[in-house]
Design a protein. Structure first.
Lengths: 296, 244
């Protein structure tokens, strides 16, 4: 997904003189050609994430449209107050693009893990969040985010589904088990594992690569009594939105995602997927417990 | 003994001999409304007045113009003098000063750019203004707007925040010749700045002038002392706890 981001951003910088890119060393080499062509609009501030967001706020104050990029923990967590004050409080906007989602860099350890990024942005108002499930979904989402005049966060991951799925972010039914069936909502790269987990279960599966704003109208149209969230970031991140959307209906909700505990283990992203119960077998175990004895 | 009456008299006395400063003192008193002001308020009002009266190319009519000079108040608690100067220069109606901080007021204890005409940034949490100023200077340069300058005002204690040092180093390297930082130095940093405030900037390629923060002529000279392709620093030294 990073390559897709670099290519699309390089094109956007050439197409629209209002676009600017702010970096803190991460991916600077990949953007070297763009920096050579647009030295005033490709700004690498060095390893200075507070300044990266402050500069983005300042650029936006003068009317430019900044894209800001780093590893997720350094982009969202380290400079959270700059996001809150240098963008939101000033009433200006930017497009934040991270790599290193959740445990993509598992062997790097806790310092490079950022499963709480979407939950943290949820403390702010008005942010669009994209979690693409395939590199081919990135260009369209990035173009739309840059063309809009609100703030957006694109959460790029090395995890992805086998095929891309288009759409504007509204829930798309990938597998229909009929009216009243439990509804599983898979976000971004979780789709393939979720589909495999419910292959022989009467569960409807819907997909979105845009968890914010959450498609609550689609949720209300599709949901029966049971709702299962499968998210690639902190477990429970979208519970507040689902519960609020279904406040007038008796329902049961299972929220699966990355655990809160620090595992203090390295290994691969696939290992962490398994340890957090987010592979097909792990999802299946959680689903069976949630749906039995009523349906399984 | 210092009473409210004598304090008020001293403000008036201080203001009277200085051409153009007269409008500010009564406006500052309207903001004060009998409250105690900390020394930071009085230590900042001189440089604010010199900036708005003689330096900044911005008026209420051009407050949204792309070619205007920008003034960013980073130490957002120095707001009383700021509001008084904005009122004196016609950016906000003087009536607004009478209810500062009230439930219907647009004038908080820290300024909000979305609520107050002429205010370029909302501030209050220290260490945000310089980064925003660097971004503004870069944004103007990227759009070929080479006339306007970006001025940002900080305090010496505010420099404790590490975010400033990210911005100081980068602005020097980037050769931001359209940026002027003003540090009001009232020796309020808990651990001080051994060797002086200016050194932190000049070692990173800034030009710098350190002047008496009460001396309007010296402030004017320092604030117009930028040249070439380097960011400029003005250190306005005022005595700690000094009252007018």
């Amino acid at each position: 997904m990073r390559e897709s981001f670099v290519d699309t951003t390089t094109t956007l910088l050439a197409e629209d003189p209002r676009t600017a890119l702010v970096l803190a060393d991460i991916s600077a080499a990949a953007f070297a050609p763009a920096a050579e062509r647009h030295p005033d609009r490709v700004l690498n501030v060095g390893i200075r994430e507070q300044l990266m967001l402050g500069v983005a706020g300042g650029l936006a104050l003068t009317g430019l449209r900044p894209i800001v990029h780093s590893y997720a923990p350094f982009l969202v967590e380290r400079a959270y107050e700059q996001i809150k004050l240098d963008l939101d409080h000033q009433g200006v906007h930017a497009v934040l693009v991270s790599v290193g989602a959740s445990y993509d860099r598992a062997a790097a350890g806790r310092t490079h893990l950022s499963p709480a990024d979407v939950a943290l942005l949820d403390t702010l108002a008005g942010w669009t969040v994209h979690a693409p499930g395939h590199p081919a979904e990135v260009p369209g989402l990035l173009r739309a985010a840059v063309a809009a005049d609100t703030s957006a966060y694109l959460r790029l991951s090395s995890a992805h589904n086998e095929r891309p799925h288009a759409g504007d972010g509204a829930l798309v039914v990938m597998r229909d088990a009929g009216a009243g069936a439990p509804l599983l909502i898979a976000v971004g790269p979780m789709l393939d594992a979720a589909l495999a987990a419910v292959a022989d279960l009467p569960v409807t599966v819907a997909y979105t690569h845009r968890p914010r704003p959450f498609d609550t109208a689609g949720l209300r149209a599709l949901a029966g009594t049971e709702v299962i969230l499968v998210e690639p970031y902190l477990a429970g991140t979208s519970v507040r939105l689902v519960s609020t959307a279904l406040a007038d209906r008796p329902h049961r909700l299972l929220a699966l995602g990355v655990g809160r505990e620090e595992l203090r283990r390295y290994g691969s992203a696939e290992d962490h997927t398994r340890w957090h119960g987010l592979d097909a077998a792990g999802l299946r175990r959680s689903l069976t417990g949630f749906l039995s004895p009523a349906r399984v | 003994m210092t009473t409210l009456a004598t304090t008020t008299a001293r403000i008036a006395e201080a203001a009277t001999p200085l051409d153009g400063r007269l409008p500010v003192a009564p406006l500052l008193e309207r903001v004060r409304a009998g409250r105690e002001f900390g020394p930071n308020v009085y230590s900042t009002v001189d440089v604010l007045w010199v900036l708005y009266d003689r330096i900044l190319r911005v008026t209420p009519a051009t407050a949204d113009h792309p070619d205007r000079d920008r003034f960013l108040l980073s130490k957002g608690h120095a707001v009383a003098g700021y509001y008084a100067v904005l009122a004196a220069k016609g950016f906000v109606p003087p009536d607004w000063l009478d209810d500062q901080g009230g439930p219907e007021s647009r004038l908080g204890d820290h300024p909000d750019r979305t609520l107050v005409p002429g205010v370029e940034i909302g501030s209050g949490s220290l260490g945000h203004g310089l980064g925003l100023a660097v971004g503004s200077a870069l944004g103007l340069r990227a759009q070929g707007l080479l006339e306007p300058r970006v001025y940002v005002l900080l305090g010496d204690a505010e420099l404790d925040e590490g975010s400033n040092h990210e911005a100081i180093a980068y602005a020097g390297t980037a050769g931001l010749g359209n940026l002027t930082a003003i540090v009001v130095d009232n020796s309020s940093a808990t651990h001080g700045w051994p060797g002086g405030v200016a050194n932190r900037f000049t070692v990173n390629g800034w030009t710098a002038a350190t002047v008496d923060g009460r001396d309007h002529a010296a402030l004017h000279t320092a604030l117009t002392g930028h040249h070439g392709h380097r960011p400029h620093l003005v250190v306005a030294v005022v005595e700690s706890g000094e009252q007018p």
